[in-house]
Design a protein around this ligand. Sequence first.
Ligand code: BGP
Length: 462
Amino acid sequence: MTNEQFPDNFLWGAATSAFQVEGGNQEDGKGLSVADIRSYPKRHQQLDTTVSVDHYHHWREDVQLMKELGLKSYRFSINWSRIFPNGDEVEPNQAGLRFYHHLIDELVAANIEPMVTMTHFDQPYGLVKKYGGWVDRRSIADFVKYAKWLLKEFSPQVRYWLTINEQAVMVLATDMLGIDDHLDEHTRYQMAYQANYHMWLAQAEVYKLCHDEYPNCMIGPAVSYITTLPASRKSYDMLAAKELEDFYSFAQMDVAIHGVIPKYFENELANLNIEISTQPGDEQVLQEGRANYLGVNWYCTTIVEARRDADPNGFIFRRINRVIDPDLLYTEWGWNFDPVGLRYGLRQLNDRYPNIPIAITECGWSEREELIEGKVHDPQRISYLHDHIHQMWLAIQDGVNVFSFNPWSFIDLLSNGDGMEKRYGLVFVDRTNFDEKNQKRYKKDSFYYYQKVLQTNSLQPN
Ligand code: BGP
């Protein structure tokens, strides 16, 4: 037995996102989102968002499973186009609101604290058709209107809010913003970084609104934090790792926490010959609207070396090579198992933003899995959970203010990149990419492991 006890009110959770679990993608007035449209061309190779794992019809049973697991919190997202089907309506879709009221009521009745993401890759496609989505400044007002409704409807029960999930991921995979893949790279990045700027302004407005009107709520971004390590102790490799980490992860956090766009970020945009169109007063908006906690999606470390032959004024992604560490285990999809990286990363966050409250909003291990006689044995996921919870515990002893841990994912769901082949869940869903089967839920071995951690509020041997 270990004695790694967690603070009394520690929020043990688990995470999902709407387009990846819900299905019902055109039910009860829901409009299509960028995530839906983006899933359709891949239909021949993996399932799309039409059914996903059908949480839209299984939500009651799913909450029962959360209760049995002993969750203290549940991180999920609201599907923006269920609430505003085209994005530009004045009044929200009542059926959409009703679905989330039912879900949240059920969670609260089960003593599970909802932690809600306002948008997880799913801007209404109507806004893309109308004016290009986030690329256009009008998107700020449409997001703020949506966020206002969410806060008004749900804030009495929802205290923890996350604005936008993994903005940096969408900006690099430009089709996630609805930007046409056929455009040349420079045009796509020009549009994507303009969209990035609008997302910063939109979030700042929502942070301010939330602090002014709902002072009991906590609100922040959900940032993809790729702790980036140098392949060697040579200064150029260390600088390359730092520059990538700053540009990709810390820029997002610096803007949310400090309310200022960092110079290193502007320099990278200059390397790309990108010019951002701004308006007077924007700086003040960023300054006045700041997050009061950080949602951090953490999976693994990235190891890089400097490309010393590269143009020093080229874009950061052209100045580095990713390196594989032969001593680390990797998933089939190339994500490493490096738990000490989590502690190191958390320490870096605390150095940069002293005592900022941190929720680990995603953290998980993917595998291909099958049901064998009603069971799924997933020892690697158990050891991933064990080792990461251990490192998180050490980070808390180091003085890092982590208050919540949400493994990705509560249940098997549609992987953003790889359909149903790549599973992360504590709960197995009996379906494959092309065979919906009965979608029956089965508890994996990792479910029982995590349940013990939650029951004892302490690390358990694996
Ligand atoms: C994060 C996303 C999640 C989830 C996860 C795993 O980037 O916030 O939505 O998909 O990564 O990624 P994938 O599904 O591609 O394995």
